[in-house]
Design a protein around this ligand. Structure first.
Ligand SMILES: O=C([O-])CC(=O)C(=O)O
Length: 166
């Protein structure tokens, strides 16, 4: 995966950028993990300073999907850590994009998966199990919907209404 360069996609789909079928997420994310380039169908999750549902989803088979965790932009705790990223890698998730923070950065950077997050925070999150999955999320300046496609590389992250061909 990750064979599509986001810059090439933007060049060859200019009309889709204008009409919103293709969205370029604002460049608010730091890159972690071994995979700079990753892509796949999106699964969305909305939580706030609580990562019980993040674990629940990453315990299921990823089948090449990308989990978007909208943590409301909170930097007050970490929604994803080394154990969860290891779990995601083992279960075949292509990547995780967190509108929030992560922890265990060194461990995550050793994993063969793509991770993007606002930053890091050593504090763990609450464990109440509150959140919503498969819902539209507003992150990095755009609405992103469940089952849309995400493409990430060193240049940034784009979201497409449908799968893009090379
Ligand atoms: O359980 C957590 O809060 C996240 C974590 O530290 C990990 O995934 O290793």
């Amino acid at each position: 995966m990750g064979s599509l360069a986001t810059a090439d996609v933007c060049d060859s789909n200019a009309a889709s950028v204008v009409n919103g079928d293709l969205r370029v997420l604002h460049s608010i994310f730091q890159a972690y993990g071994q995979n700079q380039s990753f892509s796949g169908p999106i699964m969305t999750l909305k939580v706030f300073e609580d990562n019980v549902l993040v674990r629940e989803l990453l315990e299921t088979k990823g089948e090449g999907r990308v989990l978007i965790v909208d943590g409301g932009g909170s930097r007050r705790c970490a929604l994803v850590g080394g154990n969860l990223v290891q779990l995601a890698q083992n279960n075949g998730w292509a990547g995780i994009v967190v509108n929030g923070c992560i922890r265990d950065v060194d461990e995550i950077n050793g994993c063969h998966i793509g991770v993007r997050a606002l930053g890091s925070n050593p504090l763990k999150s609450n464990k109440k199990g509150v959140g919503e999955r498969n819902c539209p999320v507003y992150i990095a300046g755009h609405w992103v919907r469940d089952a849309e496609w995400l493409y990430a590389d060193s240049d940034g992250i784009i979201v497409s209404k449908s799968e893009l061909s090379a």
